[in-house]
Design a protein around this ligand. Sequence first.
Ligand SMILES: *Cc1c(COP(=O)(O)O)cnc(C)c1O
Length: 467
Amino acid sequence: MAPMKYVSTRGRSPPLTFAETVLAGLAPDGGLYLPAEIPRIENPLLEAWRRLPYRDLAFEIIRLYADLPVTELRRMIERSYAVFDVPDVCPVRRAGEVFLAELFHGPTLAFKDIALQLLGNLFEYVLAERGGQLNILAATSGDTGSAAIHGVRGRRNIRIFVMHPHKRVSPLQERQMTSVLDPNVFNIAIEGTFDDCQNLMKRIFGDPDYKVRHSLGSVNSINWARIAAQTVYYFHAAFRVMEQTGAAKVRFTVPTGNFGDIFAGFLAARMGLPIERLVLATNTNDILARYFATGEYRCGRLQPTISPSMDIQVASNFERYLYLRAGGDAARVRTWMDEFKRDGRIVTGAARDGVVDPLLRGGAASEADTLAAIREFDARHHCLIDPHTAVGVHVALSHLAADAPMICLATAHPAKFPDAVRRATGRDAAHHPILDALESLPTRCQVLAADERAVRAFVEKAIGGSR
Ligand SMILES: *Cc1c(COP(=O)(O)O)cnc(C)c1O
C-alpha cells in the first residue's frame, strides 16, 4: 500500500503525509487537508469487518489513513479506548423507533473523546519520533475543550491552550476544563462568542511564521485524524444494527455544529458503508439545515441554545464537503470561500427535483422541540437523553423508513446538561459520578478580551515561562 497523501481543499499547499497533517491542522493556503483518494471498501473485506469488535475495527479503518508502524498504531488504539467505561466503546441500544449509538462513554462523557483520546496518543508518538514540541491552540464551545484537555493532559512535549466563550459554556463543561491543573494545560475564557474564539484561532493559524515559530498545532475538528477516528463508529453502529434487524442498509441522524461528525459519516458512505441517508440535525442555529434544503449556505445571527456545542454559524468542516461536492476542484472551492468571505453566502444550488444532495437531508429543532424530545424519551422509553441528542432525535422522527433502521448518534451523556434535563422532565435525574466529583475541585482559568494580541501575548508568556 502506497502511503496516503493529504491535499488541501484550496489546492495551493504541498501534499503532506499523515503524520505531517496531524501536526499541521489548517493548511498554509487556508484550506483543510483531505486524503488525495478515499479508499473504497468492497466485499469480502466489508463482510469480514462486520464481526470485528470496536478496537479491531478501529485498527482496520484508521490504518487505511495513517501510514504508521502497525504495532504502534494498534498500541495507540488500545490505549485510547482502554479509558472508556464499556468494552465495546460505543454501544448501541434500541429506544422506540430509533437506535441510539452511545458515543459518550469516554472520560469527559461526550463523543469527542473518541477522536481526541487517539489524537493525544498520535501527537505523543509523532513528537517522540521526530523530536520537537507542540503547542496546541483550540477553540471550544464546550465539549471539544474538555475532551482535548483530557486527551493531552500530562503528555510529554505538548502544551494545550483552550479558548472558550466566557460564561457561554455550561458550568459543568467549564469545570471539566478548568479543574485540570496539569502544568501543560492552559484555559482561556474569551469575552465573546464561540465564533469569536474560532476566528481568533483562524487568524493566529493564518500567520504561517508565527505558527512555525511557536510550534502551533490544532485539535479542532479540522484535524484529519479526528475525522478518521470518528468514521469507525458509523461502521460499528451500522454493523450492530444490521445484525439485529436483518436490514441491508441504515440511516443516521447526526446532531451537527461544525460538520465534523457528520462529515465522518459522509466519508463512511463514500468508503462503501451502506448508509441510505444521513440526516443533519441542528438547533435554531440552522445554517446547515437550511443549506441542505435550499442549496444556499448563508450566515445568520448566532443564538444561544440549550445545546451549546451546536451553537455556531460557520461550520469549519463544511469546506471539506464542498471540495468533495466539487469533485476535488480546488479552484471552485476557492471561489466559493471568497464569495462567503465577501457576501456571507455560498450558492451551490440544487438539482431540478430540489434535492441538494442525494444522501443528505437537514432539519432543525426549536428549544421547545428539544425539551419535548427529552421529556418523551424519558416518559416513553425510560431513557434520558442530553439536549444535543434530543435535537437529533426530534429531527430523526420525520425521516423514518421501513427498510432502513434509523441510528441516532447520542453525542453527550445527559448528566452534562442537568438543567435542560430538569426543565424537560421536572426531575433532577441526570447524574454521573465523574461529574458529581467535580464540584469540590479547585480550578484555574485566565479571562482575556477577544483580541488576537492578548491571546498571542498569553501564549508566548506561557511557552517562555515553562520552557
Ligand atoms: C461537538 C458536539 C456536537 C457537534 O459536532 P460537530 O462535529 O461539531 O458537528 C454535537 N453534540 C455534542 C454533545 C458535541 O459536543
